[in-house]
Design a protein around this ligand. Structure first.
Ligand code: SAH
Length: 253
């Protein structure tokens, strides 16, 4: 999977590309991340990417031409020209695990990182095929959101995660064999490691029992309970067994 990132701060990505998952995935060839300096697509001496907003007001706005040029240069390079062009924006649709799943099916994504007051609206209207937000808050640039989107997406690519980080159990993971309309799973169950007792807090006994069926049941119940308490909105979409329903019923009473 190839990511082309259009940014005025390509160096911003240096550290995340040199650590952990993104480093491994790019080294192993699962993903390629190419950084493009928006200023390389300007045509004036000062390499101007922004200008004052029409109508007045504070701040600066990214001009459309350099962004158009950058995307068109990428399009001229590749055979498959219908790749998604994603503008990172607090006004976009919310990035969720389901959206990350959807993005992970693409072979090529272009990510546009805004700055300042944002990007000339004609980019959102006519160039971007999608606008994505990483949450209902405002950051100063699209670089962190682009990094978040890439990590969430790349860890879903086949072969990227080792066994020890299996994602089937992760929060939001769609259960194996679920119907196509199921978009999310439960929150993950709690995890513990040694020591079995830390400052008087003991690890739940059942986890030390070696009884796999008991442990499975305990984990399922804790995941259901956490989801019910914190994210009842997720519960509504998850396929539940009779045993699950009984447990939830017992929590409610
Ligand atoms: N004035 C704009 C915010 C601009 S923030 C507004 O209120 O909608 C500057 C840039 O940071 C944006 O262009 C976008 O690329 C990025 N950005 C800020 N918050 C974001 C978020 N929650 N999700 C994705 N991108 C974000």
């Amino acid at each position: 999977m190839t990511f082309d990132i259009i940014t005025i701060f390509p160096e911003f990505f240096t550290s995340i590309l040199e650590h952990g998952l993104l480093k491994r995935a790019t080294a192993a060839g699962h993903a390629a991340i190419r950084l493009h300096d928006l200023r390389d697509y300007t045509d004036d001496r000062h390499r101007t990417v922004d200008d004052r907003p029409f109508g007045g007001g504070p701040g600066m706005v990214f001009k459309p031409e350099p962004i158009y040029r950058a995307v068109e240069a990428l399009r001229s390079e590749v055979q498959e020209k219908n790749f998604p062009v994603i503008l990172l924006s607090p006004q976009g649709r919310l990035l969720t695990q389901a959206v990350a799943e959807e993005l992970s099916q693409a072979a090529h994504l272009v990510l546009i990182c805004g700055r300042y007051e944002g990007v000339d609206e004609r980019v959102a209207e006519n160039l971007a095929t999608d606008e994505i937000s990483i949450g209902d808050f405002v950051l100063s640039g699209g670089e962190l959101p682009a990094a978040v989107l890439m990590e969430a997406t790349i860890r879903l690519l086949p072969g990227v995660l080792g066994n020890e980080e299996s994602r089937e159990q992760d929060s939001f993971a769609v259960p194996a064999g679920a119907a196509a309309e199921v978009r999310h799973g439960l929150l993950d169950c709690p995890h513990y490691t040694r020591p079995a007792e830390f400052r008087n807090w003991k690890v739940p006994e059942v986890l030390l029992s070696g009884d796999h069926e008991q442990i499975r049941q305990w984990r399922r119940r804790r995941a259901l309970e956490k989801t019910w308490r914190r994210r009842p909105d997720l519960l509504a979409q998850v396929p539940l067994s009779a045993e699950d329903r009984q447990w939830l019923e017992s929590l409610r009473t």
